[in-house]
Design a protein around this ligand. Sequence first.
Ligand SMILES: NC(=O)c1ccc[n+]([C@@H]2O[C@H](COP(=O)([O-])OP(=O)(O)OC[C@H]3O[C@@H](n4cnc5c(N)ncnc54)[C@H](OP(=O)(O)O)[C@@H]3O)[C@@H](O)[C@H]2O)c1
Length: 270
Amino acid sequence: MMTNGDTVWITGASSGIGEALALEFASRGTPLILSARREDELARVKNLCVERGTEANAVMILPLDVTNETALPDIVQTAKAFTGRIDMLINNAGISQRALCIDTDMATYRRLFEVDVFGQIALTKAVLPIMLEQESGHLAVTASVAGKVGAPQRTGYCAAKHAMMGFFDALRAEVAHRGIKVTTITPGFIRTAISQNALKGDGSRFGQTDNNIAGGMDVGDCARVIMRGFDKGTPEIPVGKGAEMHALWIKRFFPRLMFKVASRIGQAEQ
Ligand SMILES: NC(=O)c1ccc[n+]([C@@H]2O[C@H](COP(=O)([O-])OP(=O)(O)OC[C@H]3O[C@@H](n4cnc5c(N)ncnc54)[C@H](OP(=O)(O)O)[C@@H]3O)[C@@H](O)[C@H]2O)c1
């Protein structure tokens, strides 16, 4: 169980789910390390965190690009030097996709995997020795319902999120007996900038809030559900309010039905 004095590092903290989680931790006075690429947005989130309750000197802005693998070891040492510990790392940075497979360039698939898979693995690997030495820690990843169920226009995103579910489930099996918890989070549609920032087939920005995201769960509500899951020690936290959440159990118990439903959606979207 985390205590309020534990240091929590959140990637993708400049927006959306990462920002909302930072605010929830801040309302508990938790020391925070906020990471993403946009330093100005991180500064904005830091101010909000201070308003919520964490002391200004207990919030560190640590800009990073998760795809810059060679820079990560030094960045991790900077993070550790902040309070001397990293108690929790939330691998939340990510980008989505809005394009059919036939229209998606290989470079775009590679970009999705660099951010959504290799960036998360590289940062986790760089933090893991610190947690092993502490004999405690908590690693979390914002995966997705798309990490359990295939959805049209997201072949690369679904593949990346499925990869993350597998990676972190396997890692849990390796580190549970060393005092390290692993949590996978599977959000459905949450109202954030995710579809705005999603990649089209040629790698350019989709730039629109699609209907699913517009009708999705409020991001603050999402963060509060995730926090309850962290508090309870839930290894896999589903969060969302729409029909997409039913896809999790339909896929598990009636996979053929799920494939039919997904195919109908795919046909309707073309
Ligand atoms: N919203 C949903 O419906 C939904 C559903 C399932 C899963 N998720 C997952 O939730 C996570 C957060 O997404 P969101 O919905 O909050 O979307 P968002 O508002 O677009 O936030 C994405 C965050 O990732 C950061 N990021 C992107 N590329 C990065 C990079 N190369 N290095 C470092 N940071 C990077 C962005 O910051 P900068 O641009 O400043 O770098 C931003 O803070 C993602 O992993 C996403 O796949 C979202």
